[in-house]
Design a protein around this ligand. Structure first.
Ligand SMILES: [Fe+2]
Length: 488
């Protein structure tokens, strides 16, 4: 009898615990499903869906109240539409109209922006297929943007390991994404630092980038990498907010920016050497967001990176350009990729290491910019015989393991964590705390061509000790100009 009572007590306890867990999940109602798949499930999904480049993609909107959609379809004379509702049966939905542009052969890109979204809310959306046909509803959830987490990855580079649909890279990408989201249910969106595909021109590769089911529910912000720039497809697969069009049109895609909570994200195109466009988009974004408490740059090239790319001549050119722009506009952070080898710099300013106590992986009110080089999100990580040990690196992790990072922001803190997919091993963590979240006014008297600017930094690198010639020439010129102004 005693045994029976004890057995019933255990059953009752287990039932209560399970019920309360289910209730907690249902009550919040805003959790992600577990997207992870067995190999057999993935292979079946792959065979059924590979090559379908019409899957819808979500991109962060201009802020948390907006969401951008884009999807491919055959060319047709119809206005693209998205309906959004708080109900799974799409009752009481609101309809948003967008626009279409001609994409690669026989296709068009449909783009719609949904506005008026509320925080901490589960939505359902459908998008127009043909005439009165609508897609099956998918969900999209908002969390709070007071404090939020994003998943940080790069170099999915589908097709790098096998041509065609890119099974090997797609499999690794799907595994990484699903594992990262299972372990970080509080992710609001994904940041990809470029090289989404390998060839730049394969619709099959883009289809594989967009294949993971999680991307029907989770926005991903992307930027242009050197592999994306091998073709013209990037611009057909994105719907980025606040695109910045410079005077010289860029046929590969535009820079853009968005705001999430207290954070301003500026996506640069580091495959372009149009330094004026990069300077201008930073200036415009910051002027429009004077109250942002964090400024984050996102671009492909690892200008303070980990491996051989960071030692290339073209990198020193980009390092001069981007370090001077990020110094000028007081960017706190730079998220980069390209090298497929994870690392984190010291805080850098004026192309030098900012003196700080770095021993605790936690700094307060640092000057300068922290540069993060992300690993490859499809397991394409580079292995060298010896680490490069670039002087600007505070931490590096050379491994072929699948690696992802999470970045968390509050109004006063930034928290970076980097994990392996297999084993869920924490390999890096770093925290920045701000006690003062204001920025100095932008100095309008200085521009990209003045002071310790991009040109000066680049010349200094390539001329070495002979740079003194430039410094002397500049001094002579300035003295002459002063003398002339006195005479005048
Ligand atoms: Fe790259």
């Amino acid at each position: 009898m005693k045994l029976l009572k004890r057995f019933l007590a255990v059953i009752l306890t287990v039932t209560i615990v399970c019920s309360s867990l289910v209730f907690a999940a249902t009550a919040s109602g805003n959790t992600l499903p577990d997207y992870t798949m067995t190999q057999a499930e993935w292979d079946a999904y792959w065979e059924a869906e590979k090559g379908d480049n019409t899957k819808i993609a979500l991109t962060p909107g201009a802020d948390i109240t907006e969401l951008n959609f884009n999807w491919h379809s055959e060319v047709k004379l119809e206005i693209p539409k998205v309906r959004i509702s708080k109900n799974a049966d799409m009752s009481d939905c609101t309809e948003f109209k967008g626009y279409a542009t001609l994409a690669e052969s026989g296709f068009q890109t449909n783009r719609v922006t949904v506005t008026g979204l509320e925080e901490n809310t589960k939505y359902y959306y459908t998008y127009s297929l043909d005439k009165d046909n609508w897609s099956d509803p998918e969900f999209y959830r908002t969390l709070s943007d007071d404090a939020f987490k994003a998943l940080l990855i790069s170099d999915i580079q589908i097709g790098a390991d096998d041509d065609g649909y890119g099974y090997a890279n797609a499999t690794a990408w799907n595994t990484l994404l699903n594992t990262a989201l299972r372990n970080n249910d509080d992710t609001s969106f994904i940041i990809s630092c470029g090289d989404q595909i390998n060839s730049g021109e394969s619709t099959e590769e883009w289809a594989s980038v967009l294949l993971p089911e999680a991307l029907r529910n989770m926005p991903m912000s992307t930027c242009i990498g050197n592999h994306d720039k091998k073709g013209y497809l990037y611009r057909h697969y994105v719907n980025n907010p606040n695109e910045y069009q410079s005077i010289i049109p860029n046929v590969f895609g535009n820079q853009y920016y968005y705001r999430y909570g207290d954070v301003l994200f500026v996506n640069f195109n580091s495959t372009s050497f149009n330094i004026f466009a990069a300077y201008n988009v930073a200036e415009k974004a910051i002027k429009e967001n004077p109250d942002a408490k964090w400024r984050v740059a996102i671009f492909h090239h690892d200008v303070y990176g980990t491996g051989h790319h960071a030692a290339d001549d073209d990198n020193y050119l980009l390092q001069g350009i981007f370090s001077s722009i990020l110094d000028k506009f007081d960017f706190d952070l730079a998220f980069t990729g390209h090298e497929h080898y994870y690392g984190r710099s010291y805080n850098m300013k004026d192309n030098e290491i900012v003196p700080l106590d770095y021993t605790k992986n936690s700094v307060v009110d640092p000057d300068g910019t922290l540069y993060i080089t992300t690993a490859s999100a499809s397991g394409r990580n580079r292995i060298y015989d010896e680490p490069f040990d670039h002087p600007w690196l505070n931490f590096e992790y050379m491994s072929q393991e699948l690696i992802y990072s999470t970045v968390e922001f509050t109004d006063t803190t930034f928290r970076l964590e980097t994990y392996t997919v297999e084993g869920d091993k924490l390999i890096d963590e770093y925290t920045i705390t701000k006690t003062d979240t204001t920025y100095e006014e932008i100095d309008e008297s200085e521009n990209i061509l003045s002071g310790t600017n991009a040109v000066g930094r680049v010349l200094k690198h390539f001329m070495g000790e002979y740079y003194v010639i430039i410094e002397v020439l500049v001094k002579v010129l300035m003295t002459a100009l002063d003398a002339l102004s006195l005479v005048a």
